[in-house]
Design a protein around this ligand. Sequence first.
Ligand code: 5GP
Ligand code: MN
Length: 338
Amino acid sequence: MKPHFDQNKIDSVKSLILSSKRIVITTHYKPDGDALGSSLGLWAYLKSLNIHADVVLPSEFPNFLKWMHGSSETIDFSKTPHEAAELINQADLLFCLDFNDPTRTEGMSDLLNKSTAKKIMIDHHLAPKDFCDYTFSFPSIGSTCELIVHFIEALDGISLITMDSAACLYAGIMTDTGSFRFSSVTAETHRVVGILLNTGMRNDFVHEAVYDTSSEDRLRFLGHVLLNNMFVLNDHKAVYFLCTKDDMKRFNHQSGDLEGIVNYGLSIDGIKMAVLFSERDGIIKISFRSKGDYSVKDLAEKHFEGGGHKNAAGGKSNLTLEETIQKFKTILKENNHA
Ligand code: 5GP
Ligand code: MN
C-alpha cells in the first residue's frame, strides 16, 4: 500500500525546507540501517537541491554501515556533545526520522524538547508522540527508508536520487524487512526498490557490505551464544539468549556485533518469540522478536520500559541479568504465553 502524504502538508514542508537556514536531521539512539540510511538518504536529497543539512546522531552507528555515503560527515552527540548541541540549538528545521518519541534519542531528548525549530517526523513506529509540527507517521510501512522515497516522490524529487543515496535507502529497507521477507513488504515496497535500482546502485554490494563483513570474533561469538547461551522454553514457544559482559570481552565485542542474533531463535520450528538479553553498563538491554499475532511491543512497553513494533521491539531492565530473566519467565507463566 502506498502511504498518503497529504498535499497541503507537503506544500508547507516544501516552503519550510526552502526557507530554512539551518537544517538538522536526527534519528534514534544506536542508529541501525534504517535510521542511518533514511537520514543520509534525506541528507543527500537536500544536498542535490543545494541545501546543506547536518546529520546529528545520538550515538555511534555500527561498523557495517560505515560504507554509507555521507556517514563520515555525521556528528555523534555521544562523542562531540557540544558541537551536536550547538547544531540542534541553532537549527530552524529539524527532521526526526525513524523514531516517534524524543526519549528514543536518550541524552539528546532535552535538546529536542527545548529546540524552537520547526519539527518534521517521518516514521513507522506505532503511536507517535505529539512533539512535531508535521507528523508523517505510517506504522504499516516496513521502513523509514521506504517512507523517505515516498516523501521525495511527493516533493517531485525522484530524479535527484543518486546512486550513492539509493544504496543507503536500499540498505534501510533491506534491514528493516529482514531482507524483504516480513509481511510489511508490499508491491509498493518493491516498486520503491525498483526506483532505487534504476539509479544504477549495486544491491549485491549492499547485501555484502551489511551481511558479509563480520569479523572472525563476531562469528565465533555467534557460535558461542547459539551453543552455550541459548535457552528454549518449549512450553511457551519461546527462546532466549544471553550475552554477558564477560562473553563480549572474550570475543572482543564491537558495536553492532549483537545485531541479528535474536532472529536465529525464530528459525526453530514452532518458536513464536525470541528474546536477547545483553549486559551493558548497569543495565540489561533486551531485544524482542515474534512471529504472527503475539505483540512483543506490548510486552516491552508494559514490563521493560520499551516499545517498537508488534514483531520487533526493545526494552531495558535495571535488575541484574538473573533477576531480569526470572522476571521474564514469571511474565510468560502469568500470561500463559504459548
Ligand atoms: P532492537 O531489538 O533491534 O534493538 O530493536 C527492535 C525495535 O524495537 C526497533 O524498531 C526499535 O525502534 C525498538 N526499540 C528498541 N529499543 C527500544 C527502547 O528502549 N524503547 C522503545 N520505545 N523502542 C525500542
Ligand atoms: Mn525503522
